[in-house]
Design a protein around this ligand. Structure first.
Ligand SMILES: C[S@@+](CC[C@H](N)C(=O)[O-])C[C@H]1O[C@@H](n2cnc3c(N)ncnc32)[C@H](O)[C@@H]1O
Length: 212
């Protein structure tokens, strides 16, 4: 069987009772099942790829009630945690898809529809033999650019210098993207960013926008 290379390996780890409850009771409320149906919003729409535990997702959504956010994440405990945060914050502008974000982009997002894509601290896959698992590849850049609205922002961050260099190279080579100065939202310090900082890693943030 010809399986595509995924950017993650599913290690679910421990799911707390609160996360399990959230997956059972809150996913029907805030989750969207993966399908071929396109997500439609009359308001600006942002897709976050790999929302982790969801602290940053919720912080940004609170600061931008005029924007709708879709968080795509494969890690069950992370999805449960985000669902609990959405419920606690009574947020009406966040929905979650527990599925591979590349499939979500491809199948659930209409071309030219996103105000922004947030890609904060994607798995770095630091070993050279694992670089093929990195999410940011030319095909991803082309897909992301196609889904952005003209002027829509691709906002990425990483604490791995060689991955930041590679992202810059890949995004710069994508003809329909150009450099931008800032994002739709300010990025708060994420969980993995804090971890990177503790390890002394430099943090790089990249902004590209879809050409008109
Ligand atoms: C290093 S963590 C960063 C989490 C969060 N953005 C932060 O900065 O704290 C990367 C996350 O991306 C998720 N992930 C990796 N590949 C993914 C994919 N193709 N679709 C959805 N989630 C993915 C992983 O499960 C993990 O939670």
């Amino acid at each position: 069987m010809n399986r595509p290379i995924r950017s993650y390996v599913l290690r679910q780890g421990r799911t707390t009772p609160a996360q399990t409850r959230a997956l059972e009771q809150l996913y029907p409320k805030y989750g969207i099942a993966f399908s071929d149906q396109k997500i439609i919003s009359a308001r600006p729409l942002v897709l976050e790829i790999g929302s982790g535990m969801g602290e940053t997702t919720v912080e940004i959504a609170k600061a931008h009630p005029e924007v709708d956010f879709i968080a795509a994440e494969v890690h069950g405990p992370g999805v449960g945690s985000l669902l609990n945060r959405i419920e606690a914050g009574r947020l009406a502008n966040v929905r979650v898809v527990r599925h591979d974000a590349v499939d979500v982009l491809e199948h659930m997002v209409a071309d030219g529809s996103l105000a922004a894509i947030h890609l904060f601290f994607p798995d770095p896959w630091p070993k050279k033999r694992h670089h093929k698992r990195r999410l940011v590849q030319p095909a991803f850049a082309a897909l992301a650019a196609r889904k952005l609205a003209p002027g829509g922002i691709l906002h990425a961050a990483t604490d791995w210098p060689d991955y930041a260099d590679r992202m810059q190279e890949v995004f710069s080579r994508e003809a329909s993207l150009e450099k931008a100065d800032s994002g739709l939202a300010e990025k708060p310090v994420t969980k993995f960013e804090a971890r990177g900082k503790r390890l002394g890693h430099p943090i790089r943030e990249l902004f590209y926008k879809r050409r008109p």
